[in-house]
Design a protein around this ligand. Structure first.
Ligand code: HEM
Length: 119
């Protein structure tokens, strides 16, 4: 089961790369906008995150791993990723440039990385 969990962790990093990559790629663009990678990245984070929490809480990795689940941290990350997904869905329906939405999505993604690492 550890292998399955580790594959999901890798996919969690792929989702992060999709989100952050879509943001960073446009740092020097004149017309910054929301791309489909942002929405797909947010969905990847949501899905992989929920699977990991399910596996940890369900005891798939042993009883010790159950205690490692920090529900407050997960709840904050969950709310942030839902906001990112909504903003990305809204931004995709509008014409570029979407500078404000692009910036907020990038900053919220970075906020989730900081929360994942520091909290
Ligand atoms: C934009 C959204 C997200 C980003 C950027 C993000 C980022 C990260 C990063 C960088 C890590 C590795 C750091 C560490 O383990 O200390 C991590 C781990 C984790 N994330 Fe996320 N995350 C996001 C959303 C979510 C969501 C929505 C959930 C749950 C519903 C979640 C659940 C987890 C779990 C359980 C781990 C632990 C993996 C492990 O080390 O075994 N994440 N996340």
């Amino acid at each position: 089961m550890d292998v399955v969990y580790n594959i999901i962790v890798v996919l969690h990093f792929v989702g992060l790369a999709m989100l952050l990559g879509a943001f960073l790629l446009q740092l020097t663009s004149k017309e910054k906008t929301v791309t489909r990678w942002m929405f797909d990245g947010a969905m990847t984070q949501l899905l992989t995150g929920l699977i990991m929490v399910g596996m940890l809480s369900g005891g798939a990795l042993g009883d010790a791993a159950k205690d490692e689940v920090d529900n407050t941290k997960i709840a904050i990350k969950l709310v942030i990723v839902i906001v990112i997904a909504i903003l990305a869905a809204v931004g995709r329906r509008k014409q570029p440039p979407q500078t404000a939405l692009w910036l907020i999505i990038g900053l919220l993604t970075l906020a989730n990385v900081v929360i994942a690492v520091f909290v």
